[in-house]
Structures are given as C-alpha cells and as structure tokens.
Design a protein around this ligand. Structure first.
Ligand code: PLP
Length: 411
C-alpha cells in the first residue's frame, strides 16, 4: 500500500492523459539559473524556441507562447478573434469541448453547440450543413477539439476544413490540440487552421504552465477588428516583442529552457516517428482491452486516439457498471499508478489509460500490467491475457523486427 506520508519505492506511473511524465533530459534542461529576460542569452533562447515550436505545429506562421495552462490559450484564441455577441459554431465531442463552450458563454460570445455524441468525433457533414444554411455568414468561427482528452476520440480536422470550404463560408477555424500536439499528426498550415491552441504538459513532455496559439494571417487580420476586451492575451504586443526573441512581460524562462529541449527531442526522433510510436502504443492498448473482453469508449475505429484509450467498465449481474473510480483507487494504492478518471458524463463508468509523451514499449507493458493486476485485486471480471495480447502486438510490430526482416530480404 502506498502511504501518502512515506516514499514509495520505484517510480510513480503517471498514466493519466496529461500531464505526462517529464523526462530527465527536460528536467535537467530546466535546472539552470533564471537569466535576465532582456539580455542576449535569453534572446538566443527566445529566437530558438519561437523558430522550433512552429515545426511542431507544422506551420510557418507565428506561434504565440503564453505562461498559462491550456485554458488561458483557449481564452486567447476567442478574445483575439471575436466580438461581443458573435455567433460561433462549437462541436460537442466531450468534457473539454463543453468547457470551451462554457468559456465562450462567459465571454459574451453566442456559441451554437452541435453534436452530442461523446463516443465519436466532430461530424464534418453536420458542420457543412449548418454553415451552408448560414447564408448571412453570422457564424464567425468554428471551434473543434482535435483530440478529446475525456473520451479518446480524435476528430478529422482536414475534413472540417474541407466542409467549411465546400460551404463557401468565411468562418475562422479554431482548433484545440492541447492533448494532441507533439503526439498525433497535426498540420496547422496544410489544414488551413486559423488558430491552433496547444499546451505544454502532454505531448511536449513539459510540466504544466505553457500554452500556445498558432495563428494564421487571416486570424491576425481578424484580431485587428475583434471587439472583445483583451490586454494580457493580446497577440499584437507579444508578436512585436517576439520579432527580437523577447516578450512584453516576464516570460516563464525555465519552462522555455524545457521547451527548447522538448522541441529538440521531438525533432531528433522525427515528428512522423513520434506519431507512429503513439499510434502503435494505442493499438497495443486496444488489443489488451479487447483481450480483457472490455469495450473501448471510442466507437469509430478511424477516430481512435493515439494519446489515450477510454475503457468502459464491465457491468455486474444487476446491470450496474463496476465503479471505475474505486478501481483506479485500487490501482493507485497497490501499484502506485494514476489512471485517468471518467469526466462528467463519463464519471464512474469509464477510466482512461494515457499512453503519450516520453513513452516506450516497456512503459506500456508496465502500465497494462498495472491495469490487469488491478482488475484481479479489485475483483473486476475480465478475461486474462490482455498484457499478453499487447506484448504480442508489440513484438510483431517492433521496429527492430521490421529492420531485421528488411535486412534478411536484402541479403
Ligand atoms: N482542452 C483539452 C483537450 C484538454 O485536454 C485540456 C486539459 O486537459 C484543456 C483543454 C484544458 O487545459 P488546462 O487544464 O491546461 O488549462
């Protein structure tokens, strides 16, 4: 049992879908004295992170970096582009899409909330139909969460872009990539996104505390007309100071050291390799869930998330779900592993396995072993062999195995 006032041996498994485990290389990179944020050493750091973060968003456009959690960057995306009373089309994919919609309400924007399926992604056809009906172009922006962290469902943003174009509608496209950035393929420029919102604590492997707005030139033009009050969040002063590698306020210097290292790590591995690694671990996780005889929350295989897997608890003889939170407590107390809880509508009957960030095959095996042992200890009915199924998937798809196969063919 893990006692909160004692040091548990071994490392904690932080398998929630973010914050993800911060690798030593990033911890070491942040462990430096804070420097003068107006001096030449900082300027070199600022220029480097501003150049490299764009590569992660796959954009040549500016990326605004805030010392704030993702919620701050949500607000920045809205207040920079919209005016009081503007109508925005927001798509309900889960808990986080709902929170963003509630924020829009509080800011005096008028969100139209469409869709209500927490087991599927945003339906581009529904967005197209709504925009086509808006002949007066009252809708000023379409807001979609790329990877809905509460459910493990990834929406097809390229399809949403095509839907907006087919409807011939001028609305801006605002996308939340807080849990997909640096983990799932995401192309700000190619997909014609106007504002992409990101966060530091998931695919970027950093502690919480930084967030981002990647902005198109159309979004910058909109920000010059937008009437919602903004001061701290305003892009204009930040973009001006960024030209020289600085910020108009005291930046989060040590998190920027970490960001510089995180970008290096992702670019060294190669973004496409990072994305493939996440998809492979997600597929192995689903193999385990299937072998346990349980259900993945996401109902559309084309939308399975590479970052996390939502798992539906089995039901008992009376048709009640076994309690997901009691199960997570058992896993934490017995195996020192945190799993993600089911949020709002999913509370009590869904848990989430995070497989993102600084994560490899053995991290996944430890994670899935903790889940399977947790089922046993908590008395949750399941078929044995989930870990074995994942192990078989991983060995069958091991990069080394494939390389060996290629070498054998070449010989
Ligand atoms: N959007 C998504 C998809 C998220 O996963 C989260 C947090 O987990 C947020 C928004 C809110 O970000 P933060 O908690 O960093 O403010």
């Amino acid at each position: 049992m893990v006692k909160l006032n004692s040091h548990p041996a071994g490392r904690h498994f932080l398998q929630i879908p973010g914050p993800s485990t911060v690798p030593d290389r990033i911890l070491r990179a942040m462990d430096y004295p804070t420097i003068d944020h107006r001096g030449p050493e900082f300027q070199a750091l600022g220029k480097k992170v501003l150049a490299n973060i764009g590569k992660i968003f796959q954009t040549a456009n500016p990326v605004v970096i805030y010392p704030a959690s993702g919620t701050g960057a949500w607000e920045a995306a809205l207040v920079n582009t919209l005016s009081p009373g503007d109508t925005v089309l927001m798509y309900e994919t889960g808990h986080f899409a709902t929170l963003w919609k509630k924020m829009a309400d509080k800011l005096g924007i008028k969100p139209e909330f469409i869709g209500d399926d927490w087991r599927r992604g945003a339906d581009a056809a529904k967005i197209e139909a709504r925009l086509a009906a808006d002949t007066e172009h009252k809708i000023k922006a379409v807001c979609v969460v790329h990877n809905e962290t509460s459910t493990g469902v990834t929406s097809d943003i390229a399809a949403v872009r095509r839907a907006i174009d087919r409807a011939g509608h001028p609305a801006l496209l605002l996308v939340d990539t807080i849990s997909s950035l640096g983990s799932i393929d995401y192309r700000h420029d190619e997909w014609g996104v106007d504002v992409t919102v990101g966060g530091s604590q998931k695919g970027l492997m950093l502690p919480p505390g930084l967030s981002f707005n990647a902005v198109s030139s159309k979004a910058i033009a909109a920000s010059r007309q937008a009437g919602l009050p903004k001061a701290y969040w305003g892009w204009d002063d930040i973009l001006e100071a960024n030209k020289n590698g600085f910020w108009p306020y005291t930046p989060a210097t040590n998190l920027l050291y970490g960001l510089s290292e995180a970008c290096d790590m992702l670019l060294e591995e190669g973004l496409q390799n990072v994305f493939a690694r996440h998809q492979r671990h997600a597929a192995a996780t689903r193999a385990a869930v299937e072998a346990w005889g349980m259900e993945v929350l996401c109902q559309n295989p084309a939308e399975y998330s590479g970052v996390l897997t939502g798992v539906v608890m089995p039901k008992d003889a009376s048709g009640q779900y076994y309690n997901a939170d009691a199960f997570r407590k058992t896993v934490l107390e017995n195996f020192n592993m945190s799993l993600g809880q089911g949020l709002t509508k999913l509370s009590g009957w869904v848990f989430r396995i995070g497989h993102l960030g600084d994560f490899n095959d053995l991290t996944l095996m430890g994670t899935l072993a903790g889940v399977e042992m947790g089922f046993e200890v908590a008395g949750i009915p399941h078929r044995k062999g989930g870990v074995l199924a994942a192990m078989q998937y991983l060995t069958a798809t091991s990069p080394q195995g494939r390389r060996a196969e290629t070498l054998a063919k070449a010989a």
